[in-house]
Every structure is written in C-alpha cells, then in structure tokens.
Design a protein around this ligand. Structure first.
Ligand SMILES: [Zn+2]
Ligand SMILES: [Zn+2]
Length: 140
C-alpha cells in the first residue's frame, strides 16, 4: 500500500452526494486523483489522472466498529467524515497494475539497457530491418 500511496499526488478530490434512504445514510461520489510513477517498461516518469467511483454507508465511528456488514462502511466522528480509509481503498483498486508511458512503449533493451524509445541500440544492428527485407523480396 505504501508504494501505491507514494505514487499518488495530492490533493485527492471527492465529489459526491450524501443521501438518506431511511435504512441509513449513504455516500455516492467520484474520486479524482493524479499519480506519478515510472513506466513499467522504460522507467520514464509518467503522470496520469484517475477517476473512480466511491460509495458506502455512513455510520458513526463507534457504530461502524460494531457493525458487521459486507457493505462499505464510512465512519464519521462528530461532524467529520473519515474518508481516509475509503479513499485509500478506492485508490488501491483503481490504480493501474502496470503503468506505461504509452501503449507502444518499446522499453529498455534487455542487453544494454538503452531506452529504445530514443532510438535503436547497437545490440539490434544485426537484425534485418523488416522494411529492407520486403524490398529485398521485391527485387528478387
Ligand atoms: Zn515507457
Ligand atoms: Zn541494446
């Protein structure tokens, strides 16, 4: 968790509504946050923004400790809702498993470690360029 939390840039914003159904008080909202992490392939720093739904039942702090429920419970103390835990959960669930700088990131060369997005490395010089191979076929 701490690793994920490190990637999250503050502030985390929440927009939502609190409503009373008669069965209880519920929160229904959207969570927005930005993150900064390294691309899983080339290690370039990437920033992104995530939007995810959050919802749950709001209970008084003491009450929420006693309650056994499958619902997500949001505790509040006096006039403050403690969203930290709910936010932490939502962030954890919505954070991409693999952060990439781009879908077509070429990553680092496994041999020399060069960032292949910035150009080919020496290790690849031996390989035949597919475009050249096509041309060769053309002239045969
Ligand atoms: Zn990358
Ligand atoms: Zn290389």
């Amino acid at each position: 968790m701490s690793e994920v939390a490190n990637a999250v840039l503050n502030p985390v914003r929440v927009k939502g509504t609190v409503y009373n159904t008669g069965d209880g008080i519920f929160l229904d909202g959207t969570l927005y946050y930005c993150y900064k992490d390294n691309c899983a392939r080339c290690l370039t720093e990437v920033e992104g923004e995530i939007e995810t739904e959050i919802s749950g039942r709001i209970l008084e702090d003491e009450e929420s400790k006693l309650e056994e429920s499958d619902e997500k419970l949001i505790a509040y103390n006096k006039d403050e809702i403690t969203l930290d835990e709910v936010i932490a959960d939502a962030v954890l669930l919505s954070m991409p498993m693999r952060i990439l700088c781009g879908e077509d990131c070429k990553g680092l060369c496994p041999k020399c470690g060069k960032d292949l997005n910035q150009g080919k490395c020496e290790c690849q010089d031996d390989e035949v360029d597919p475009r050249l191979a096509k041309l060769r076929n053309f002239f045969e």
